[in-house]
Design a protein around this ligand. Sequence first.
Ligand SMILES: [Zn+2]
Length: 335
Amino acid sequence: MHRRSIYTIAFVFITFLSYLSLYHCLTRSTMSSATRSSVADLARELIRIESITPVDGGCQTVVHHRLSKIGFTCETLQYHDVTNLWAFRGDLKSKQPLLVFAGHTDIVPPGPLEAWTYHPFDGFIDDQNILHGRGAVDMKGGIASFLVALEDFISSHPNHSYSIGVIITSDEEGKAEYGTKMVVEELLRRGIHINMAIIGEPSSYETVGDFIKIGRRGSLGGELTIKGIQGHVAYPHQSLNPIHESLGALKDLVDMKWNDGTEDFGPTTFQISNINAGTGARNVVPGFKTVVFNFRYSPASTEENIKSRVEKILDNHSLNYEIDWHDVSSNLFVS
Ligand SMILES: [Zn+2]
């Protein structure tokens, strides 16, 4: 990659960071108020669309229109129920390097609406100039920031010396099987190679750039089914209560120190996200209980090591159980 390209890529990256920074602190920025409202307005427009994984709900149409106006060629790549957008500006057949902005329009479910101070799909800006809503941080705010940054950059540098691409998917929060991975595979089939990618995911804590991610932890999830014997609560000696039987094992799993992490990654963590048992009747001992859990693991753990330790804990409590492991596609990597 020649020097001019490196400079210009650095410049567009800094422009993006400026807008991201601007987005994070709407009032403290030195940017013009017109630009400020442009980023906020676009983020609000996206937040108002209920794009719960894998539904895009029209978010990518908004992005598509904005990019088309500044000379991007846009294409929708639909794989099963996942909508992806691939857009580029420049000559992909030349030797120009390709810089890609990547993101996702999907969000996780909002949970009970009454638990929200502000409606999750209103995009409300409070008197502290904080924008509220599902996806404000992860990552409709990031998309709005890089889109406005691109509009600004291209208006002043219409003849940039490299190609710019945008990849947006509607499935990052879910299984992510038919999202970015499939788009990149399709681009490789077409002979398109990405030299550098900027992902608008939230990673900072207090200010933009105070935390730089150099990889990601592995994600390993599972659904544990603990088997008991259904019966009447009045005759517990005739049943085996899987809720009671599993309490000790679940406590051991929750209390377990999996490792100390590494120099770059924190310790491996275990979280239970769902527990279900019971027939709904108040007088029936359930026949089984399901526990959905997830590990985010550092390089100090391996998938096999975690699995064997979990099974050992469950065996120590003499439980009758099955585990359906999943999320194994979310492998750990360090770049
Ligand atoms: Zn995200």
